[in-house]
Design a protein around this ligand. Sequence first.
Ligand SMILES: NC(=O)c1ccc[n+]([C@@H]2O[C@H](COP(=O)([O-])OP(=O)(O)OC[C@H]3O[C@@H](n4cnc5c(N)ncnc54)[C@H](O)[C@@H]3O)[C@@H](O)[C@H]2O)c1
Length: 250
Amino acid sequence: MRLRDKAVVITGAASGIGKAAAIRMAEEGASVLLCDINTKEGELTAEHIQENGGTALFMETDVTDEDSVQQSIQYAYKQWGAINILFNNAGVGGHEKKLHEVAAEEWDQVINTNLKGVFLGIKYVVPYMLEKGKGTIINTSSVLGFKGKKRTGPYNAAKGGLVTLTKNSALEYGRYGIRVNSIGPGVIDTPIVDEWRKDEKKWQIISSANALGRIGKPEEVAEAVLFLASDEASFITGETLMVDGGGLTF
Ligand SMILES: NC(=O)c1ccc[n+]([C@@H]2O[C@H](COP(=O)([O-])OP(=O)(O)OC[C@H]3O[C@@H](n4cnc5c(N)ncnc54)[C@H](O)[C@@H]3O)[C@@H](O)[C@H]2O)c1
């Protein structure tokens, strides 16, 4: 088991990539705290893991709310006496609009969830990792953190910000045994892309615009997260691992 005796906190764990990562990490022996605003699906996922012999708890968490993030991380530490891995994954897509049409409130919602939420996770988990002299953090960026796309300005800004925030935190904490990396998913089959599915013609193009010519599965992203979280990635930090079927190359 690659994550035996490891305590993991995952945000956005009620659905898609976070859910797949929670299930996969629990299979590898980790104790997982699932954090999400979606209590019903989060609790169901935790129960699913428990029924399959894994260790999992759910805590309702809003990553845009500082107190909520702090309380969830404290809760995980109280339960397991350590937090070895944080997967900062919660995210929202936002509405497709040109920048001059984006309301300031919409900008705030995307940035607060996708970028500030990651900062808060790092802020509150790092002291526990420093105490143990080890830990690893994985942030969910995107192909859209590396290239522009019309009508997704706030999302691009947040995901691009995560790439450099990952480098920054890798530099600040590397000497203290903490590794920080990102993943860069391409188009992955989760509810976040439901808006794009509505236009069938457009969807066919979007969902196959990569070297492999197909959409990715959340389980395929979970494997990359597991790798970065495990000791197999012990000399990797500050990196973003693309999991995009060659989407950025395309
Ligand atoms: N699916 C893709 O094509 C794709 C591509 C690149 C990056 N991503 C990123 O992957 C991450 C996971 O998305 P997904 O594809 O699994 O989508 P998803 O919609 O299935 O999962 C996102 C989860 O985040 C949760 N969430 C949203 N706001 C939250 C908040 N304020 N606090 C706590 N939880 C919150 C949602 O309830 C949901 O469970 C996101 O950061 C997303 O931007 C997805």
